[in-house]
Write a protein that binds this ligand. Sequence first.
Ligand code: SAH
Length: 228
Amino acid sequence: MKIAILGAMPEEISPLLEKLQNYEKINYANNSYYLAQYKKHELILAYSKIGKVNSTLSASIMIEKFKAETLLFTGVAGAFNPNLKIGDLLVANKLCQYDLDITAFGHPLGFVPGNEVFVKTDEKLNALAKEVANELGVKLHEGIIATGDEFICDEVKKSKIREVFNADACEMEGASVALVCEALKVPCFILRAMSDEAGEKAEFDFDEFVVKSAQTSAEFVLKICDKL
Ligand code: SAH
């Protein structure tokens, strides 16, 4: 199967490139895409660069140009749910864009006509992830991710987003990637390991834990490939 593995930052994809070692690098649309063979699968890997627009572009290219048949996102996120600790894994069953705001016209936050507030991920991939977690003896949380073009490091912003969307974590790419996959009918899986708690010290926690958490997530995604 041709599987896309997408992250946002180098830290999220380099653990996989180091493990694969043999890969072809293709420069396209101001970014790099990496083709590699992994067991019976062809992989296409990339880090999109941060944010919803960059991740939309990369996800679209992986599917339309490189013909990925399924897409697995790996990366880090800020925890909202107090049950999620730094390093914990969260699989998103649905995601929203918390900063998509035409509430001035009476619409709910995150809603634009023609779309829903939430976009779902693939249930089969999420179930497969649970199997992998059980086999590894790893705790895997499942929940809602709120995506927006801001690094959240503020208790007030965090509480507001959590309240409106019942979100368990926040990040800057998931909802846009899931939206691309839904539109192009490609199964989508979004996994995040917590790098911080999106509060006042989030930028310091992020710097301390990004590498370790990104690696945890990347390793888990490769285990999913083993099962596909
Ligand atoms: N330190 C980086 C910027 C990181 S932005 C630099 O200087 O280049 C945060 C990245 O991690 C985004 O890709 C986002 O998806 C994720 N993330 C982790 N914690 C987050 C938080 N609290 N709020 C928003 N995004 C977060």
